[in-house]
Design a protein around this ligand. Structure first.
Ligand SMILES: NC(=O)c1ccc[n+]([C@@H]2O[C@H](COP(=O)([O-])OP(=O)(O)OC[C@H]3O[C@@H](n4cnc5c(N)ncnc54)[C@H](OP(=O)(O)O)[C@@H]3O)[C@@H](O)[C@H]2O)c1
Length: 249
């Protein structure tokens, strides 16, 4: 196999960002192993049907990769879901289910795949969220889970640096995937400034370039990191007032 052609495992390939990233990596000539519960409608190199919240399914993923490929260059932990409810409204079972998928599943899968990634000096790419870097009312559980994912990436990156495993945290802003319609909670999601303008394909290309450049922490769009800092540090009072109005609190 051509050395520039990598073996990449992407979770959540049946829709949205995962599907777009799978297409992007395939278009660049890489082998893409996709994971999801529903089949993806693109021709992946290999598809593993799995519920990432179930440990036996995670074991199945690792065994399949070992048996069929014996090698892995990059794990993209993308599968996830949202939650639109206040802390008071959110049932504990939904909070736990959210953390199972958004936090515990990527941590568990990464740990199981580290031996393969160590051999290849590969990468772990975690899709967190801009929501993990800003306090968004009615999205507190999601913000907390994604902040945990970002901290997982940052600390893991340091722990693995000497073993030459690269870790990238990607914090996207709002992307057009229909993600909100599949979230927990029943709060209608207000339009936020600049929302609805970004396609999953653009983000996929951005992630691909960040992975190739071995970056460690990126927000998408790049300028968003300045906006987040501005909202948090410069105008927290105005941000809070606008949030209360937007979310009808
Ligand atoms: N869209 C945004 O605005 C946005 C912004 C920032 C961050 N993100 C993050 O980006 C990632 C992808 O979001 P998206 O917008 O592409 O959402 P999406 O279109 O709803 O896709 C979610 C993917 O996760 C998979 N998935 C869900 N539960 C699963 C489970 N238990 N086991 C295996 N796979 C599962 C789904 O496949 P199946 O249902 O077939 O299993 C689907 O392929 C998420 O981590 C999200 O938090 C999204």
């Amino acid at each position: 196999m051509d050395k520039s052609q990598k073996i990449v495992l992407i979770t959540g390939v049946s829709s949205g960002l995962g599907l777009a990233m799978a297409k992007c990596f395939l278009a660049h000539g890489h082998t893409v192993i996709g994971v999801s519960r529903r089949r993806s409608d693109i021709a992946l190199s290999h598809w593993i049907q799995a519920d990432l919240t179930q440990d036996p399914d995670r074991v199945k993923i690792v065994r399949t990769v070992e048996a069929q490929f014996g090698h892995l260059d990059c794990l993209v932990n993308n599968a996830g879901m949202g939650s639109y409810a206040t802390w008071e409204e959110l049932p504990e079972a939904e909070l736990r289910a959210l953390f199972e998928l958004d936090f515990f599943a990527p941590v568990a899968l990464t740990k199981k795949l580290l031996p393969l990634l160590e051999k290849s000096h590969g990468s772990v790419v975690n899709i967190s969220s801009a929501a993990g870097r800003l306090w968004v009312p009615c999205m507190g559980a999601y913000c907390a889970a994604k902040a945990a994912v970002a901290m997982f990436s940052n600390t893991l990156g340091i722990e693995l640096a000497k073993r030459k495993i690269h870790v990238l945290d990607v914090a996207p802003g709002q992307i057009n995937t229909g993600f909100s319609s599949r979230a927990f909670g029943h709060r209608p999601v207000p339009d936020s400034p600049g929302s609805g303008s970004t396609s999953p394909e653009k983000l996929a290309n951005f992630v691909y370039c960040a992975w190739r450049k071995k970056q460690t922490r990126v927000t998408y769009p790049s300028m968003l990191k300045y906006a987040l800092f501005f909202l948090r540090a410069i105008i927290p009072g105005i941000y809070q007032k606008v949030s209360l109005k937007l979310w009808k609190l």
